[in-house]
Design a protein around this ligand. Structure first.
Ligand SMILES: [Zn+2]
Ligand SMILES: [Zn+2]
Length: 181
């Protein structure tokens, strides 16, 4: 599971609208509503995280050990088709999903050191991208922007390590100098 700092509030109190949307989609797809799917949808929509299919499997399995991984994967696909989930790729090669009820659109900043993800929304970026799309006569449907970098904690840690290493090096040099005398 990826660690996430989310500035957005999840609307966790009532998921009736989201669930209705999901079951309407299931009906159109000719699928039946099951207790297992109910549980998966409930757990997923309440998450604050970017979950891979496997992450969600472990969360749901804690509540219903009979659930299979394939059911989880299929339900995630259905949630995406129904417009309730989005695929996110955070650079670790795994497909993750996040609920759309969290926030309509946001972008991600990913630390290459520890994998921590920061979510942000910028009206300015959106305006800029809309402007670029308009210039090329595009009607933008969605965009995906990821910033890869090193977070403050990892940088601090790296600096401290460098300091220790350089002080060790100085001692070694001094010892060599002494030994040479
Ligand atoms: Zn980091
Ligand atoms: Zn996100």
């Amino acid at each position: 599971m990826s660690k996430t700092e989310a500035p957005f509030q999840t609307n966790s109190s009532d998921l009736t609208a989201e669930k209705d949307q999901f079951y309407r989609h299931m009906q159109r797809a000719g699928l039946k509503r099951t207790a297992q799917r109910d549980l998966i949808v409930d757990v997923f929509l309440r998450t604050e995280d970017h979950l891979s299919s496997e992450d969600l499997y472990h969360l749901v399995k804690a509540q219903d050990p009979t659930i299979g991984q394939t059911t989880i994967y299929r339900t995630l696909k259905l949630l995406t088709e129904a417009g309730l989930a989005s695929e996110v790729r955070l650079g670790d090669g795994r497909t993750r999903y996040e609920p759309n009820n969290k926030f309509p659109h946001h972008d991600h900043m990913i630390c290459t050191g520890c994998g921590r993800t920061v979510e942000f929304f910028s009206a300015e970026i959106k305006r800029l991208l809309d402007g670029i799309a308009a210039e090329h006569e595009y009607e933008p449907k969605q965009h995906s922007l990821r910033i890869f970098g090193v977070c403050a904690d990892c940088r601090r840690e790296r600096n401290e390590r460098a300091e220790i290493e350089s002080s060790v090096e100085t001692h070694v040099h001094l010892d060599y100098a002494r030994a040479a005398k």
